[in-house]
Ligand binder design. Structure first.
Ligand code: SF4
Ligand code: MG
Length: 328
Protein backbone atom coordinates (compact mmCIF):
# COMPACT_ATOMS: atom_id res chain seq x y z
CA UNK A 1 0.00 0.00 0.00
CA UNK A 2 1.49 3.30 -1.11
CA UNK A 3 0.62 6.49 0.71
CA UNK A 4 -0.31 9.24 -1.70
CA UNK A 5 -1.22 12.00 0.71
CA UNK A 6 -0.07 12.47 4.25
CA UNK A 7 -0.96 15.14 6.77
CA UNK A 8 1.16 15.38 9.86
CA UNK A 9 -0.18 17.42 12.80
CA UNK A 10 -1.64 20.06 10.50
CA UNK A 11 -3.28 23.13 12.02
CA UNK A 12 -4.85 26.27 10.65
CA UNK A 13 -6.45 29.00 12.74
CA UNK A 14 -8.26 32.02 11.33
CA UNK A 15 -8.09 35.26 13.31
CA UNK A 16 -11.46 36.78 14.22
CA UNK A 17 -11.99 40.53 14.55
CA UNK A 18 -14.99 42.45 15.79
CA UNK A 19 -16.68 45.30 13.91
CA UNK A 20 -14.05 47.72 15.20
CA UNK A 21 -11.22 45.54 13.98
CA UNK A 22 -10.15 44.40 17.43
CA UNK A 23 -8.72 40.91 17.71
CA UNK A 24 -11.29 38.53 19.16
CA UNK A 25 -9.37 35.28 19.15
CA UNK A 26 -9.12 32.75 16.36
CA UNK A 27 -11.30 30.09 14.83
CA UNK A 28 -9.38 26.87 15.33
CA UNK A 29 -10.68 25.41 12.09
CA UNK A 30 -8.15 22.60 11.91
CA UNK A 31 -6.32 21.92 15.12
CA UNK A 32 -3.76 19.15 14.86
CA UNK A 33 -4.83 16.61 12.25
CA UNK A 34 -2.74 13.64 11.12
CA UNK A 35 -4.05 11.45 8.32
CA UNK A 36 -2.79 9.37 5.48
CA UNK A 37 -4.58 8.42 2.30
CA UNK A 38 -3.51 5.29 0.41
CA UNK A 39 -3.11 5.48 -3.33
CA UNK A 40 -6.26 4.37 -5.11
CA UNK A 41 -8.45 4.57 -2.00
CA UNK A 42 -11.45 6.69 -1.06
CA UNK A 43 -11.30 8.49 2.26
CA UNK A 44 -14.40 10.28 3.51
CA UNK A 45 -14.09 13.16 5.93
CA UNK A 46 -17.37 13.63 7.76
CA UNK A 47 -18.75 15.94 10.41
CA UNK A 48 -21.23 18.75 10.97
CA UNK A 49 -20.86 22.00 9.13
CA UNK A 50 -18.16 24.15 10.68
CA UNK A 51 -16.12 21.19 11.96
CA UNK A 52 -13.19 22.13 9.74
CA UNK A 53 -13.53 19.51 7.01
CA UNK A 54 -13.53 21.97 4.09
CA UNK A 55 -10.51 23.77 5.53
CA UNK A 56 -8.78 20.41 5.88
CA UNK A 57 -9.47 19.65 2.22
CA UNK A 58 -7.97 22.97 1.15
CA UNK A 59 -4.94 22.42 3.37
CA UNK A 60 -4.45 18.99 1.80
CA UNK A 61 -4.29 20.58 -1.65
CA UNK A 62 -2.27 23.47 -0.29
CA UNK A 63 -4.82 25.94 -1.54
CA UNK A 64 -4.30 27.44 1.90
CA UNK A 65 -1.20 27.32 4.06
CA UNK A 66 -1.10 25.49 7.37
CA UNK A 67 0.04 27.37 10.48
CA UNK A 68 1.92 24.24 11.43
CA UNK A 69 2.37 20.66 10.34
CA UNK A 70 3.40 19.01 7.12
CA UNK A 71 1.43 18.08 4.02
CA UNK A 72 3.19 15.49 1.88
CA UNK A 73 2.04 14.46 -1.57
CA UNK A 74 3.79 11.41 -2.99
CA UNK A 75 6.35 11.82 -0.25
CA UNK A 76 7.12 15.43 -1.13
CA UNK A 77 6.53 18.20 1.40
CA UNK A 78 4.29 20.72 -0.34
CA UNK A 79 5.39 23.50 1.99
CA UNK A 80 8.83 23.69 0.49
CA UNK A 81 7.68 24.11 -3.09
CA UNK A 82 8.19 27.25 -5.12
CA UNK A 83 5.03 28.76 -6.65
CA UNK A 84 6.16 27.37 -9.97
CA UNK A 85 6.70 23.84 -8.71
CA UNK A 86 3.38 24.05 -6.93
CA UNK A 87 1.62 25.07 -10.15
CA UNK A 88 3.05 22.00 -11.83
CA UNK A 89 1.80 19.89 -8.91
CA UNK A 90 -1.71 21.28 -9.40
CA UNK A 91 -2.00 18.98 -12.37
CA UNK A 92 -2.01 16.04 -9.99
CA UNK A 93 -4.44 17.46 -7.42
CA UNK A 94 -7.91 18.74 -8.16
CA UNK A 95 -10.90 19.95 -6.19
CA UNK A 96 -14.57 19.50 -7.03
CA UNK A 97 -16.71 22.10 -5.32
CA UNK A 98 -20.15 21.79 -3.84
CA UNK A 99 -21.74 24.39 -6.05
CA UNK A 100 -21.35 23.76 -9.78
CA UNK A 101 -22.99 27.14 -10.39
CA UNK A 102 -20.15 28.92 -8.68
CA UNK A 103 -17.29 26.75 -9.97
CA UNK A 104 -17.97 27.23 -13.70
CA UNK A 105 -17.30 30.64 -15.21
CA UNK A 106 -20.57 31.75 -16.86
CA UNK A 107 -18.59 33.60 -19.56
CA UNK A 108 -16.82 30.48 -20.77
CA UNK A 109 -18.32 27.83 -23.02
CA UNK A 110 -18.13 24.28 -21.75
CA UNK A 111 -15.34 23.61 -24.21
CA UNK A 112 -13.28 26.54 -22.97
CA UNK A 113 -13.87 25.59 -19.34
CA UNK A 114 -12.64 22.04 -19.87
CA UNK A 115 -9.86 23.00 -22.29
CA UNK A 116 -8.38 25.54 -19.87
CA UNK A 117 -6.60 22.98 -17.64
CA UNK A 118 -5.62 20.98 -20.75
CA UNK A 119 -3.76 24.01 -22.06
CA UNK A 120 -2.41 25.17 -18.74
CA UNK A 121 -0.72 21.83 -18.11
CA UNK A 122 0.03 20.92 -21.74
CA UNK A 123 -1.88 17.66 -21.32
CA UNK A 124 -2.42 17.12 -25.05
CA UNK A 125 -0.63 18.60 -28.07
CA UNK A 126 -1.86 21.95 -29.36
CA UNK A 127 -4.89 21.45 -31.57
CA UNK A 128 -5.90 18.17 -29.90
CA UNK A 129 -7.82 19.87 -27.11
CA UNK A 130 -11.23 19.68 -28.76
CA UNK A 131 -11.08 15.91 -29.23
CA UNK A 132 -9.99 15.51 -25.62
CA UNK A 133 -12.84 17.74 -24.41
CA UNK A 134 -15.30 15.57 -26.30
CA UNK A 135 -13.82 12.42 -24.73
CA UNK A 136 -14.04 13.93 -21.28
CA UNK A 137 -17.67 14.93 -21.82
CA UNK A 138 -18.56 11.42 -22.90
CA UNK A 139 -16.74 9.99 -19.95
CA UNK A 140 -18.98 11.99 -17.57
CA UNK A 141 -22.12 11.00 -19.47
CA UNK A 142 -22.65 14.09 -21.63
CA UNK A 143 -22.79 14.42 -25.40
CA UNK A 144 -19.88 16.03 -27.26
CA UNK A 145 -22.28 18.72 -28.54
CA UNK A 146 -22.43 20.05 -24.99
CA UNK A 147 -19.00 21.57 -25.64
CA UNK A 148 -20.48 24.44 -27.65
CA UNK A 149 -22.98 25.44 -25.02
CA UNK A 150 -22.86 27.65 -21.94
CA UNK A 151 -23.02 26.56 -18.30
CA UNK A 152 -26.41 28.25 -17.71
CA UNK A 153 -28.01 25.98 -20.31
CA UNK A 154 -27.50 22.94 -18.09
CA UNK A 155 -29.20 21.55 -15.00
CA UNK A 156 -27.35 21.37 -11.68
CA UNK A 157 -26.50 17.70 -12.17
CA UNK A 158 -25.21 18.26 -15.70
CA UNK A 159 -23.21 21.23 -14.53
CA UNK A 160 -21.59 19.11 -11.84
CA UNK A 161 -20.71 16.56 -14.56
CA UNK A 162 -19.02 19.37 -16.49
CA UNK A 163 -17.13 20.44 -13.37
CA UNK A 164 -16.01 16.84 -12.89
CA UNK A 165 -14.83 16.67 -16.51
CA UNK A 166 -12.85 19.86 -15.94
CA UNK A 167 -11.32 18.46 -12.75
CA UNK A 168 -10.30 15.29 -14.59
CA UNK A 169 -8.87 17.10 -17.61
CA UNK A 170 -5.35 17.40 -16.22
CA UNK A 171 -5.23 13.69 -15.33
CA UNK A 172 -5.03 14.18 -11.55
CA UNK A 173 -3.91 11.47 -9.16
CA UNK A 174 -5.80 12.99 -6.23
CA UNK A 175 -9.28 14.50 -6.36
CA UNK A 176 -10.98 16.10 -3.38
CA UNK A 177 -14.73 16.49 -3.60
CA UNK A 178 -16.10 19.02 -1.12
CA UNK A 179 -19.77 18.05 -0.75
CA UNK A 180 -19.87 17.31 -4.49
CA UNK A 181 -23.52 16.27 -4.55
CA UNK A 182 -25.14 18.12 -1.66
CA UNK A 183 -26.28 21.08 -3.78
CA UNK A 184 -28.08 18.73 -6.19
CA UNK A 185 -31.64 17.42 -6.17
CA UNK A 186 -31.88 14.20 -4.26
CA UNK A 187 -33.00 12.38 -7.41
CA UNK A 188 -29.80 13.43 -9.18
CA UNK A 189 -27.41 12.81 -6.29
CA UNK A 190 -27.26 9.04 -6.74
CA UNK A 191 -26.43 9.38 -10.44
CA UNK A 192 -23.52 11.69 -9.76
CA UNK A 193 -22.30 9.49 -6.90
CA UNK A 194 -22.40 6.48 -9.23
CA UNK A 195 -20.49 8.43 -11.84
CA UNK A 196 -17.82 9.37 -9.30
CA UNK A 197 -17.59 5.79 -8.19
CA UNK A 198 -17.11 4.56 -11.78
CA UNK A 199 -14.46 7.19 -12.47
CA UNK A 200 -12.58 6.39 -9.28
CA UNK A 201 -12.48 2.74 -10.28
CA UNK A 202 -11.67 3.20 -13.95
CA UNK A 203 -9.02 5.85 -13.48
CA UNK A 204 -7.55 4.46 -10.28
CA UNK A 205 -8.13 7.83 -8.62
CA UNK A 206 -7.38 8.55 -5.03
CA UNK A 207 -10.42 10.40 -3.77
CA UNK A 208 -11.13 12.37 -0.62
CA UNK A 209 -14.84 12.90 -0.14
CA UNK A 210 -15.80 15.70 2.22
CA UNK A 211 -19.40 15.18 3.22
CA UNK A 212 -21.94 15.54 5.97
CA UNK A 213 -24.08 12.90 4.26
CA UNK A 214 -23.32 9.49 5.71
CA UNK A 215 -25.60 7.80 3.20
CA UNK A 216 -23.32 8.94 0.38
CA UNK A 217 -20.21 8.12 2.37
CA UNK A 218 -21.31 4.59 3.10
CA UNK A 219 -21.73 4.04 -0.62
CA UNK A 220 -18.31 5.03 -1.73
CA UNK A 221 -15.71 5.28 1.05
CA UNK A 222 -13.01 2.76 1.93
CA UNK A 223 -12.08 4.66 5.05
CA UNK A 224 -13.84 7.29 7.13
CA UNK A 225 -12.44 10.09 9.28
CA UNK A 226 -14.90 11.83 11.59
CA UNK A 227 -14.12 15.43 12.53
CA UNK A 228 -15.39 17.42 15.46
CA UNK A 229 -14.30 20.99 16.19
CA UNK A 230 -11.12 20.85 14.17
CA UNK A 231 -9.94 17.42 15.23
CA UNK A 232 -10.38 13.87 14.09
CA UNK A 233 -12.29 11.90 16.70
CA UNK A 234 -12.49 8.60 14.85
CA UNK A 235 -10.84 7.09 11.82
CA UNK A 236 -10.90 3.63 10.34
CA UNK A 237 -12.18 1.28 7.64
CA UNK A 238 -15.65 2.42 6.57
CA UNK A 239 -17.25 -0.94 7.32
CA UNK A 240 -15.88 -0.94 10.87
CA UNK A 241 -16.81 2.68 11.57
CA UNK A 242 -20.37 2.12 10.37
CA UNK A 243 -20.85 -1.25 12.06
CA UNK A 244 -19.06 -0.56 15.33
CA UNK A 245 -18.44 3.15 15.86
CA UNK A 246 -16.03 3.70 18.75
CA UNK A 247 -16.73 7.37 19.45
CA UNK A 248 -19.99 8.70 20.93
CA UNK A 249 -20.03 11.50 18.37
CA UNK A 250 -19.85 9.05 15.47
CA UNK A 251 -22.68 7.08 17.05
CA UNK A 252 -24.79 10.19 17.29
CA UNK A 253 -24.08 11.12 13.66
CA UNK A 254 -25.06 7.63 12.53
CA UNK A 255 -28.22 7.68 14.60
CA UNK A 256 -29.25 10.88 12.87
CA UNK A 257 -29.08 9.42 9.35
CA UNK A 258 -32.61 9.61 7.99
CA UNK A 259 -34.35 6.67 6.39
CA UNK A 260 -32.41 4.06 8.32
CA UNK A 261 -35.13 3.27 10.80
CA UNK A 262 -32.92 4.53 13.59
CA UNK A 263 -34.70 6.49 16.25
CA UNK A 264 -33.39 9.98 16.01
CA UNK A 265 -31.20 10.10 19.07
CA UNK A 266 -29.25 12.98 17.76
CA UNK A 267 -26.77 15.15 19.41
CA UNK A 268 -27.92 17.55 22.05
CA UNK A 269 -27.37 21.21 21.36
CA UNK A 270 -25.19 23.00 18.86
CA UNK A 271 -21.47 22.49 18.56
CA UNK A 272 -19.53 24.85 20.83
CA UNK A 273 -17.69 27.75 19.25
CA UNK A 274 -14.50 26.79 17.45
CA UNK A 275 -13.05 30.02 18.85
CA UNK A 276 -13.13 28.66 22.37
CA UNK A 277 -13.47 24.88 22.20
CA UNK A 278 -14.21 23.17 25.52
CA UNK A 279 -11.21 21.95 27.51
CA UNK A 280 -10.53 18.23 27.78
CA UNK A 281 -12.54 16.23 25.28
CA UNK A 282 -14.11 18.78 22.97
CA UNK A 283 -17.26 16.68 22.76
CA UNK A 284 -17.84 16.55 26.52
CA UNK A 285 -20.48 19.31 26.52
CA UNK A 286 -22.72 17.15 24.35
CA UNK A 287 -21.63 13.64 25.25
CA UNK A 288 -24.10 11.45 27.17
CA UNK A 289 -21.23 9.39 28.62
CA UNK A 290 -18.98 12.22 29.84
CA UNK A 291 -17.12 11.69 33.11
CA UNK A 292 -14.83 13.91 35.16
CA UNK A 293 -11.73 12.89 33.21
CA UNK A 294 -13.39 14.00 29.98
CA UNK A 295 -13.60 17.59 31.17
CA UNK A 296 -9.94 17.69 32.10
CA UNK A 297 -7.92 15.62 29.67
CA UNK A 298 -8.02 15.67 25.89
CA UNK A 299 -8.13 12.07 24.67
CA UNK A 300 -5.60 11.00 22.04
CA UNK A 301 -6.55 9.08 18.93
CA UNK A 302 -5.70 5.52 19.91
CA UNK A 303 -6.04 2.13 18.27
CA UNK A 304 -4.36 0.43 15.34
CA UNK A 305 -6.33 0.39 12.12
CA UNK A 306 -9.53 1.75 13.68
CA UNK A 307 -8.73 4.67 15.96
CA UNK A 308 -10.86 6.81 18.23
CA UNK A 309 -10.23 9.70 20.61
CA UNK A 310 -12.39 8.79 23.59
CA UNK A 311 -11.36 7.93 27.15
CA UNK A 312 -14.23 5.48 27.44
CA UNK A 313 -14.12 3.85 24.04
CA UNK A 314 -13.49 0.39 25.46
CA UNK A 315 -16.34 0.49 27.96
CA UNK A 316 -19.18 2.22 26.16
CA UNK A 317 -22.45 0.28 26.11
CA UNK A 318 -23.16 -1.30 22.71
CA UNK A 319 -25.29 0.81 20.38
CA UNK A 320 -28.38 -1.41 19.95
CA UNK A 321 -30.09 0.58 17.23
CA UNK A 322 -27.01 0.51 15.05
CA UNK A 323 -26.52 -3.22 15.56
CA UNK A 324 -29.96 -3.95 14.17
CA UNK A 325 -29.61 -1.57 11.33
CA UNK A 326 -26.29 -2.93 10.17
CA UNK A 327 -27.56 -6.51 10.40
CA UNK A 328 -30.65 -5.59 8.38
FE1 SF4 B 1 -17.60 11.39 25.69
FE2 SF4 B 1 -15.59 11.36 27.41
FE3 SF4 B 1 -15.42 9.94 25.20
FE4 SF4 B 1 -15.30 12.60 25.10
S1 SF4 B 1 -13.83 11.23 26.06
S2 SF4 B 1 -16.46 11.29 23.77
S3 SF4 B 1 -16.76 13.15 26.70
S4 SF4 B 1 -16.88 9.64 26.87
MG1 MG C 1 -17.83 22.93 4.15
Amino acid sequence: MTTLLELDDVARHFPVRDALGRARGAVRAVDGVSLSVAKGSVLAIVGESGCGKSTLGRLALRLIEPDRGAVRFMGEDLRGLSPRALRARRRDMQLIFQDPFASLDPRMTVEDAIAEPLKLHYVVPRGAERTRVHQLLERVGLRPEAARRWPHEFSGGQRQRIAIARALASGPKLVIGDEPVSALDVSVQAQVVNLLQDLIRELGLTFVLISHDLGVVRHIADRVAVMYLGRIVEEGPAAAVFAAPRHPYTRALLAAVPGTGAKAAPIEGDPPSPIAPPPGCRFHTRCPFAEAVCREQAPDLTGADHRAACHLQDRLPPPPVLRERVAG
